[in-house]
Unconditional design. Structure first.
Length: 454
């Protein structure tokens, strides 16, 4: 068994091409990456190609990929059915500046599948959460938006608040302070965010009722996935539905991730229906596609000249074709059941390995996704996530990559994704690598904080 230092040196020895790519990239792009979360120590990995459940980096190293582009690739890398459809689409135009003939069929499928009356297409989850908040404010005539501490809804100013706040700035756990998550935010906009603790229904009700006269929306991931994978406590989502009804706020489910975790999204998993749902990531099979869906009473108020919704690339034929093929031919009920069987097998394997080795770890999983925390207690909200030893996670991630496994998305606040392309053999390889690095995990002592210092 190598030491942590030896694992780190082994990683550098096998990824010299990534080191070279980073050295060139950072000369022309700040920090060499185009999403700050890709910046890792000693440098980011640079990839060359992907196929099925596999990725190859620029050095030619092969990995079984359980990141799957932060959950965007439930269809797997370069699914052959999607590849064929996209080749045909590219040959016949990728954007027209007019509506295409596949947008309505995709909208019909999404309305039926996700139990919404109407949808509007955009490009990304960020676009869609931004529009959902604007629409809620327009419908209610109110300003404030309640979001949950530790939840991420895209990097736009309204919701860039209290994403990963430090304890010393967060205030009372029952009444969290709104903490800006970036420089450059307008203070008045930060103040329009009302922050609540996830999974604490009584505290959330008190906070919402205090802001009720000016509360436009309550937005949340039904399963927060930027502090691992945090399942809602029984009754929590049902309680939020009642709070929204009582206060007149629009309840928004950010299903950018959860929309690809179950065939029918979070409503299928938990039985609660919000007013608006936001989709992205997996629904496009790897091509950018964002969607807002909801009740006719709300969605039909997107009146031209009154509620802005625009974008040259909205409902472009390439994205629409990708979405239609992905949802109707790949992420079918059968395909999703397969991915969930793979996910369950991986989660159960982690439980078994943790017990056998007596590891300082817990695993939280459901459906196709799960996460490991270096902690003896479960994570139920952002405050409990801050007790996790994230230093050990980075040792685990590096050691697993040295064995050809990308165990989950980059960062201890992320999760794994299993896809229609993964096999039980992939799970066996993953768990075999975990078994090898278990002793290293037990010996690694360094603690690294995970907060945004702004």
């Amino acid at each position: 068994m190598m030491s942590w230092e030896e694992e780190f040196e082994a990683f550098k020895a096998r990824t010299k091409g990534s080191a070279k790519a980073w050295a060139s990239a950072k000369k022309v792009m700040p920090f060499g990456v185009n999403s700050n979360y890709r910046l890792t120590d000693p440098y980011p990995l640079y990839m060359g190609r992907g196929k099925g459940s596999r990725l190859w980096d620029v050095d030619g190293n092969e990995y079984v990929d359980f990141n799957m582009a932060f959950g965007a690739l439930v269809a797997g890398h370069s699914h052959p059915v999607l590849v064929k459809a996209l080749k045909d689409r590219v040959a016949n135009g990728t954007i027209y500046g007019y509506e295409g003939d596949e947008a309505a069929p995709l909208a019909e499928h999404m309305c039926k599948r996700f139990h919404v009356d109407r949808v509007k297409f955009s490009m990304t989850g960020l676009d869609s959460t931004l529009f959902s908040v604007r629409l809620a404010r327009a419908v209610t005539g109110r300003r404030k938006v309640l979001k949950f501490e530790g939840c991420y809804h895209g990097s736009h100013d309204t919701l860039m608040v209290s994403i990963k706040p430090a304890k010393e700035r967060s205030g009372d756990a029952k009444r969290p302070n709104p903490v800006p998550s970036s420089k450059g935010l307008v203070p008045e906009l930060v103040a329009s965010a009302v922050i609540a603790p996830f999974n604490d229904l009584d505290a959330t009700r008190a906070i919402a009722e205090d802001a009720a006269d000016d509360l436009a929306a309550i937005i949340l991931e039904p399963v927060p996935m930027n502090m691992g994978l945090v399942l809602p406590r029984p009754g929590f989502l049902e309680g939020l539905r009642r709070i929204a009804d009582d206060t007149g706020a629009v309840l928004i489910f950010d299903e950018v991730k959860t929309g690809g975790k179950w065939y029918g999204g979070a409503e299928e998993a938990f039985g609660v229906r919000p007013d608006l749902k936001v989709f992205g990531k997996a629904i496009g099979g790897g091509i950018p596609l964002g969607v807002v869906g909801g009740t006719a009473g709300i969605m039909d108020q997107t009146v031209p000249g009154q509620v802005a919704h625009a974008g040259t690339f909205n409902a472009n034929p390439l994205s629409i074709t990708a979405g239609l093929v992905t949802l109707t031919e790949i992420l079918t009920p059968k395909g999703m059941r397969h991915a969930q069987r793979i996910g369950d097998a991986l989660g159960k394997g982690y439980v078994r390995t943790i017990k056998e080795h007596g590891l300082f770890m817990t695993v939280q999983y459901k459906g196709i996704s799960g996460t490991v925390h270096f902690s003896y207690h479960p994570v139920v909200d952002w405050r409990s996530f801050q007790d996790v030893d994230v230093g050990k996670w980075w040792a685990y991630d590096t050691a697993m990559k040295n064995r050809g496994i990308i165990p989950m998305a980059t960062g201890p606040d992320e999760q794994w994704t299993t896809s229609v392309a993964h096999t039980m053999e992939d799970v066996e390889d993953h768990l075999a690598a975990l078994d090898e690095v278990a002793e290293l995990i037990k010996r690694f002592q360094e603690a690294i904080p995970l907060v945004e210092a702004v």
